[in-house]
Ligand binder design. Structure first.
Ligand code: S3P
Length: 746
């Protein structure tokens, strides 16, 4: 929480007094003062406990203040700045709360010239109420609202940071952007709609028959005109203050109005329908974007693990749960196949269950899961039904990206949302190629992130796509859209990635060609229901493999683990580091190779430069491998793994932060990590110190730090572990059985 010695408000209306309430409620300042022209307001503010002192002259308020908030009508800015300029302290943070920014900056430049105070950071909380004045203020006015800061070249970063913290203390979401961008964005999203509302009401009100119109006006008029009840003085000021950007928004509106007028005039039914449908889809999309409820709720869940220092050997024979990638695909392909698909070994983790629920929501009859058994009554290529609500993909990148492909090709519109972590992950990587195929797909969030909305009934055509990154999810999403597309769809990968989609489509009777790194299929075919045996997930097995590799005298066997060659990087890398691993009983189950893996703690690992061609083949196992590298003798260097930064968390940074907290010398690089291993040949003493670490709600990070607990000298506490259930719901149980003293709290 930020602290201020003295905060001075110039003006204390709705916004100023709400911020004053936050400052008082959170004890963010020793002293809070205000200046307003109304003595009554000052007395009321004192009585409400919002300020300690009130002044009629702003000069008295700003003396010795380390934060000055201009919370007065924007046109008064220049006059006030002239007055207070000589009395501002050197390190003051000077900000405002006005809805236009260019004119505030111009006012400051007129007063300070090019020598703007370095603490000057204009701001705009996007929150309001139909009520005004000091009594209308609320301590939660800004909660879950956006606050835009528009730092200038002259603004010091400490000032921006402290102001950001202040608004965050008000539970606001802070966004930084340029002054021009702010004014342009607000001109379109706020100023133009207000202008139109005032103008429409005026148009109707000035008609002769206005009474009748108002009497019969239905919901549409009421909704549209609601904001015309806002304060005329304020809007008068804003329209002049943001004149340039507003005029250009009005020009855009006029042009658009001409377009729609012309379409109606010329009876252009198809184009008019296209325009209306586009707008409807966009509006629907904004709805989901604006209501972040699912994200908020899940963010509040938090659980932690504590790992006690190791006393026992780490040993036993285990079957880890089913493969996540294969489980997802078994539901998806079973749903769009003809006939019944029977799945065994299905992962009953939250991610795969999100996929299962999505297809149930789209009308597919699915029985189970019951002890890993699922029966899917396929509806064929054209049998999915609209869900009638957003599909919640939870934490699962695989669900949202693969479903983007499937849903692009449906006759109905869809929306997909996700939890806090998924809502930060990049989706343009799949949206872009799908658009090239003719899909109508939109991503939002600030950077091409979920929610995703799709408009149905688009005719897709096959494309040839060179994947810019090694991603099985993107590859699969494109190929799945290709099932419905006209002609051939092909994808070329920069490096081979997991090929479960290709294998399983073949198992469902669909012809998929793989020629080197190029995978292709021809649209228009059908899938036929089949039986799928899901192998144990090598990504889950990896935690036990690393655990055994770093623990003296350990002996762990993992049964029936999938060893698809596109997934076995972790075995290769651990072998390369000198681990004692044996792969036995290799066999094929449900089209995927499986084997039993035995790993023993008989020798100290050695640091290596991880071969880049192994990166996509071990992409999910790096958090665990970083723990192994910390226990190795010598340095381990990973390069070519920038993708780790866009997983469920930024896995490079989050692991570096945690490992450093546990006493490991390691450095994050843009595309990898450098770890100075602390191991010494033949020495099995603790490597890690006890620590409190953050998993950032990333399941694999949580499990990796848990395993590090095997070589820790003291208690390791890991926060945000509830997401472990997404991929490995039995992790704590199996880890305890193997001898890791792990407790779950919360
Ligand atoms: C997956 C692909 C990988 C992997 C993820 C599962 C899949 O993601 O990290 O856990 O099932 O296709 P990317 O495609 O983003 O590399």
């Amino acid at each position: 929480m930020p602290r201020f010695k003295k905060v001075a408000f110039i003006g204390l209306g709705l916004i100023g007094s709400s911020l004053a309430r936050v400052i008082q409620a959170r004890s963010l300042a020793d002293h809070v003062v205000a200046s307003t022209r109304s003595i009554q307001t000052l007395n009321d503010a004192k009585a409400l406990g919002l300020i300690h002192e009130g002044y009629s002259n702003p000069i008295d308020a700003v003396r010795d203040a380390d934060l000055v908030v201009l919370a007065l009508p924007v046109q008064a800015t220049e006059k006030v700045l002239v007055q207070i300029k000589p009395y501002l302290s050197k390190d003051v943070i000077l900000t405002d709360v006005g809805s236009t920014k260019g004119n505030v900056v111009r006012a400051a430049q007129a007063v300070f010239g090019s020598d703007l105070p370095i603490g000057f950071v204009p701001g705009h909380p996007i929150a309001g109420s139909e009520h005004t004045g000091v009594h209308a203020g609320k301590v939660d006015l800004f909660a879950h609202h956006k606050v835009i800061l528009t730092p200038l070249d002259s603004s010091a970063s400490w000032a921006v940071q402290k102001l950001t913290q202040l608004w965050q203390a008000a539970d606001a979401e802070v966004i930084c952007m340029g002054v021009d961008q702010h004014d342009e964005v607000l001109a379109h999203t706020s100023h133009l709609p207000h202008l139109m509302a005032f103008n429409l009401v005026e148009q109707l009100a000035s008609r002769q028959d206005n009474l009748d119109i108002f009497r019969y006006a239905a919901g549409g008029f009421r909704d549209f005109s609601r904001i015309a009840a806002s304060d005329p003085q304020m809007w008068h000021d804003i329209f002049f203050a943001n004149k340039t950007a507003i005029l250009s928004a009005v020009d855009g509106f006029e042009a658009q109005l001409k377009t729609i007028r012309h379409l109606i005039d010329t009876d252009n039914s198809q184009a008019l329908m296209g325009l209306l449908k586009n707008a409807q889809a966009a509006r629907q999309h904004f709805n989901y974007m604006l209501s972040k409820h699912t994200v908020m709720e899940k963010e509040q869940v938090t659980q932690k693990f504590t790992i006690l220092p190791q006393k026992h050997r780490f040993q036993g024979t285990f079957s880890v749960p089913g493969d996540k990638s294969v489980s997802h695909r078994s539901i998806m392909f079973g749903a769009i196949a003809e006939g019944t698909t029977h799945v065994t070994g299905f992962l009953e983790g939250e991610d795969a269950l999100a996929t299962l629920q999505a297809f149930k929501d789209m009308g597919v009859k699915i029985e189970g899961p019951n002890q890993g058994e699922v029966t899917i009554h396929g509806v064929g290529m054209s049998g999915l039904k609209p869900a009638g609500k957003p599909l919640d993909m939870g934490n699962s990148g695989t669900s949202i990206r693969l479903l983007s492909g499937i849903l692009s090709a449906q006759q109905f519109d869809s929306v997909m949302i996700g939890d806090a972590s998924l809502s930060k992950r990049p989706m343009e990587r799949i949206a872009k190629p799908l658009r090239l195929m003719g899909a109508q797909i939109q991503t939002t969030g600030e950077r091409g992130t979920p929610p995703i909305s799709l408009v149905g009934a688009q005719a897709l055509k096959g494309i040839h796509y060179d994947l810019p990154m090694a991603s099985a999810q993107v590859k699969s999403g494109i190929l799945l859209a290709g099932l419905w597309a006209e002609g051939e769809t092909s994808v070329t990968e920069p490096e081979p990635t997991r090929d479960h989609t290709e294998r399983m489509l073949r198992a469902f009777g669909y012809d998929v060609k793989t020629e080197g790194n190029r995978i292709s299929l021809i649209g228009g075919g059908r899938l036929v229901g089949t039986n799928i045996q899901v192998p144990s997930d090598i990504s889950s097995a990896a935690f036990f493999m690393v655990g055994a590799a770093i623990t003296e005298d350990s002996d762990i066997t993992l049964e029936a683990v999938g060893i698809n060659p596109t997934r076995t990087g972790v075995i290769e890398i651990l072998k390369h580091m000198g681990a004692d691993i044996a792969v036995a009983n290799e066999r094929i189950a449900g089209g995927e190779p499986i084997a039993d893996i035995r790993i023993r703690g008989t020798r100290t690992l050695r640091g290596i430069h991880i071969p880049e061609d192994q990166v996509p083949l071990a992409i999910d196992e790096f958090p665990a491998l970083f723990v192994a590298a910390s226990c190795a003798e010598g340095k381990t260097v990973l390069t070519g793994a920038a993708e780790l930064r866009v997983k469920e968390s930024d896995r490079i940074q989050v692991m570096v932060d945690g490992l450093q907290a546990m006493g490991i010398d390691c450095t994050a690089t843009p595309d990898g990590i450098i770890i100075e291993g602390k191991g010494k040949s033949g020495d099995w003493s603790p490597i890690f110190t006890g620590a409190d670490v953050e998993s950032h709600h990333d399941h694999r990070i949580a499990m990796s730090f848990s395993i590090a607990g095997l070589r820790a000298s003291d208690v390791v506490t890991i926060h945000g572990t509830e997401t472990v259930a997404t991929s490995f719901p039995t992790f704590t149980q199996l880890a305890n059985e193997a001898g890791l003293a792990i407790q779950t709290i919360g």
